[in-house]
Design a protein around this ligand. Sequence first.
Ligand SMILES: [Zn+2]
Length: 226
Amino acid sequence: MAFKRALIFLGPPGAGKGTQAKRVAKQCGIPHLSTGDMFREAVSRGTELGRQVRPIMERGELVPDELVMQMVEERLSWPDCQGGFVFDGFPRTLPQAERLNGSLRARGFGDPKVVDFAVPHEKLMRRLTGRWTCSVGGEIYNIYDAPPKVPGICDRDGGKLVQRADDRPEVVRERLAAYDRQTRPLVDYYRQRGVLGSVDASGGIEEVSRALDRILQCAKGADVRL
Ligand SMILES: [Zn+2]
């Protein structure tokens, strides 16, 4: 196989890693594995796992490592994962990262290539709390960087703009604090293992894409083909 690589995109909410993970997955022909999407799907399909995580997600709590790992292990056993994959939103804790190492070794993968999407907090606050969505057509605005012509009203269809509960300032602050507490230690963990690259993700999508592609092409082993 020409390509066998586990990619991990690390970064706080609002860093744009989901957008990049989708793009890279498509270009490399590997699956994009978002644990958030997997849980939502398990819940909506009403699987055994879905029944277990539903009340946890409804309370807004973190899904326990054991359940996350069960779901990830199951997904990694699908044939489409044999050539590599890109994780988005996982691992989220140190125990998850350690369990993942063992799992990757068992599946014949080398060390993962990890990319840290670095964005200053004030920029993330602006991106997330500035995001308002049209209640009619779903258009997304940013009241700071891409505001509608008339405040609170969609340019295209005149729909009322609403803010997701998740994007309210007090909630965003809590989401960022949770990231710093639980997930940021992984940046040092992977740096010490020599598998971390860092991207300045404070710019626009095009700019971040170019910086990310440079990092992936320079990856040790140079087996990431874009
Ligand atoms: Zn609209």
